[in-house]
Design a protein around this ligand. Structure first.
Ligand code: R5P
Length: 271
């Protein structure tokens, strides 16, 4: 891998552990102002120091992220769909590569929709990005999206999607955690990170998912709702970091979460 590409990837996937905690805040590109991210700046600001990379759209990046940050940006560059529209899979590339470079991104990200009517379109979108990425040394993150069909999240399907993404040149892949996840990782020659998916019942459930994914070969998480929809997002991301970077068990991470939550409550009481 060329130096620039490797250097950018090393800023995202920490070389000390070979893992990453990415914070996904790109949901608004098709879901609008979701609960707890209505004001992106307020949601992002306290979490930024605790993530290895941030994944926003360019609109949120320019309006709601302090340019003084040194947190690497993985820019969402696909879209053109919405939750109210006819088909979530019908995505195009939304950002000129030159604008991504202007924004000093560490990587660009887009969704692919394997097995849908838009498979060809979204896989060619990926290929176009990879071609541009190779020219400028910018890695591409492929997101194996399932749209509204959450039941598609099984190992057979996700293994297919991740492998295709890697074959087309994605430098890393984001997918969902599933049973037999190690098979997904085994079939993919580039690092795989997991999305959190819709908010789980408890914080401990999200820590268990992160732990299971890491122990089955994931290179980290790119988590959104399970962090910023928690009542205690900073304690939550710090606990997830313990799982990802320090191999904490879900119970150890949850104990840290409880301690940090109690400290946060005391701080709030003082105000
Ligand atoms: C959804 O398509 C977005 O790309 C999110 O980045 C992704 O789903 C990860 O966020 P969450 O952990 O909330 O699923």
């Amino acid at each position: 891998m060329d130096w620039g590409m490797q250097n950018r990837l090393n800023r995202i996937i920490r070389p000390e552990t070979g893992r990453t905690v990415m914070l996904a805040v790109d949901h608004g590109y098709f879901l609008g102002a979701m609960s707890r991210i209505e004001n992106p700046a307020t949601t992002i600001e306290p979490l930024l120091p605790h993530c290895d990379a941030l994944m926003p759209t360019r609109g949120v990046l320019r309006t709601s992220v302090d340019p003084a940050t040194d947190t690497p940006i993985v820019l969402r560059v696909s879209g053109g769909n919405s939750i109210a529209g006819p088909n979530l899979a019908d995505e195009g590339i939304t950002v000129d590569f030159e604008d991504a470079i202007r924004l000093n991104v560490a990587a660009v990200a887009l969704s692919i929709y394997v097995g849908t009517n838009y498979e060809n379109q979204t896989l060619l979108n990926l290929s176009e990005l990879v071609n541009n990425g190779q020219t400028y040394g910018i890695p591409v993150l492929a997101v194996t999206a399932v749209g509204k069909e959450l039941e598609k999240r099984d190992a057979r399907y996700l293994k297919l999607c991740c492998r295709i993404a890697a074959e087309l040149g994605a430098a890393f892949v984001k997918t969902y955690y599933c049973d037999d996840f190690e098979q997904v990782v085994a079939g993919c020659p580039v690092p795989v990170v997991i999305a959190g998916g819709p908010k789980l019942k408890t914080e401990l459930d999200a820590m268990k998912m992160a732990h299971d994914a890491i122990s089955r070969g994931a290179a980290g998480v790119d988590m959104g709702r399970n962090i910023w929809q928690s009542d205690f997002p900073v304690p939550m991301i710090r606990a997830v970091r313990e799982v990802v970077h320090n191999n904490a068990t879900p119970e150890e991470a949850h104990e840290l979460f409880r301690q940090l939550k109690s400290e946060a409550r005391k701080e709030t009481a003082k105000i």
